[in-house]
Design a protein around this ligand. Structure first.
Ligand code: NAP
Ligand code: ZN
Length: 365
């Protein structure tokens, strides 16, 4: 066995993670850009908490609250301009995966005034600001990854800005912020977390150490997923946030695979939520990778405490009526997906016909 594993993010998990750790904020500077979405952080108490600790510590802040779901290049450029003009020393990402990812990209672009493809490729010759991540959804695990997924709206593509320098310095996870998530949002984000957990295990880049982390998350979700349509307890919310964070830790070093590569065009071309897009493809993907990894797929079903057909039944119940796609759409999505870097991490690596097969099987009614 040979592997290397580190994530440089200090994880602080638990109630009052923000309020009881005000001392970490001034460690990163005196001026901060808070990057968040339009509404939810004002309603779930997270923005109040962040502003309270910054005021307590004498850290000046500028609020950039314009981040939309699946943030665009324009949104991060505007945020970087704000950070530059404000003289920010660091950035706080507060919200779902979209504001967290936007904050990371803004941290890169504040002093690296790039445009076009160089946003994603670099080189990033100037300082990248440090960032703190405070998630309010339980799905992306972005608080512990070096990825920032940004949408190129002109080309209908999701692009990955990936550099070690955007690993958050601190991830502050308080489950309280997730209590008010809608059932739909809870389902979609939990299934995104499941996707990270199982894709990291089944990736060509999988690492036994990360498998152990991922199987812990899968086991937790196996107990929680069947209840997602009901009222969730605070304990359930805590479990979902914990499992989501484990998924981020796992994909930070093992990456994602065909599910994410194939899910992106469903979001960029048809506006389907990221977690839902992944979940729609999940069962057919598991069938496909079983050709090469039937034992590992069985380990995943065992961790979920479900058979393959029980899992399919659960996914169908959670996802409800599925979207319909034309044969032309499926062909175009498949052509896009086979060109993605993460498709190559899939074991076995699917060709165009295989990818079309997974799409077709996923959307057969
Ligand atoms: P999101 O796009 O951040 O947010 C979706 C919606 O949820 C928004 O309307 C948001 O409202 C609302 N919301 C957020 N927190 C809430 C709360 N506590 N209560 C009620 N509503 C809340 O959703 P997401 O699924 O977390 O993030 C998806 C993005 O993350 C995608 O762009 C995906 O590609 C990316 N992603 C990144 C990674 C990574 O490693 N970097 C991994 C997976 C996915 P407001 O807009 O008002 O805040
Ligand atoms: Zn994802």
């Amino acid at each position: 066995m040979h592997f290397e594993y580190d994530i440089p993010t200090k994880i602080i998990f638990g109630k009052k993670a923000v309020l009881e750790n005000s001392g970490i904020f001034p460690l990163l500077g005196k001026r901060v850009l808070i990057v968040t979405g339009k509404n939810s952080s004002k309603l779930n108490g997270s923005l109040d908490d962040v502003q309270a600790v910054l005021e307590k510590e004498g850290v000046k802040f500028f609020l950039y609250d314009s981040v939309e779901p699946n943030p665009s290049i324009e949104t991060i450029q505007q945020g970087a301009k704000n950070a530059r003009e404000f003289g920010a020393d660091f950035v706080i990402g507060l919200g779902g995966g979209s504001p967290l990812d936007a904050a990371k990209a803004i941290a890169v672009l504040t002093h690296n005034e790039l445009s076009g493809p160089e946003i994603f490729s670099g080189p990033y010759l100037k300082k990248i600001l440090p960032n703190i991540a405070i998630p309010t959804t339980a799905g992306t695990g972005s608080e512990v990854t070096q990825y920032s997924i940004i949408t190129d709206q002109q080309n209908h593509q999701k692009r990955n800005l990936c550099t070690e320098a955007i690993f958050p310095k601190y991830a502050l996870l308080d489950p309280k912020y997730t209590y008010g998530l809608s059932a739909e949002n809870t389902i979609n984000t939990a299934l995104d977390a499941l996707s990270h957990l199982l894709e990291s295990c089944l990736s060509r880049r999988s690492i036994p150490y990360a498998d152990a982390i991922a199987l812990e998350g899968i086991n937790i979700l196996g107990k929680t997923l069947p209840q997602l349509k009901e009222e969730l307890s605070q304990r359930d919310r805590e479990s979902l946030l914990y499992a989501s964070m484990l998924g981020g830790v796992a994909i930070s070093r093992c990456g994602t695979t065909a599910i994410h590569a194939m899910g992106y065009p469903l979001t960029t071309c048809r506006g389907i939520d990221h977690g839902r897009a992944n979940a729609l493809l999940m069962h057919a993907y598991l069938d496909f990778v079983s050709q090469a990894q039937s034992e590992k797929v069985q380990i995943i079903y065992d961790a979920l405490s479900m058979t393959g057909s029980e899992f399919k039944g659960l996914l169908d119940a959670l996802l409800g009526e599925k979207e319909i796609f034309s044969a032309d759409e499926i062909k175009a999505f498949a052509e896009f997906a086979v060109g993605q870097a993460n498709i190559k991490s899939t074991n076995p690596e699917p060709g165009l016909a295989d990818v079309m097969g997974i799409y077709t099987k996923s959307f057969l009614h």
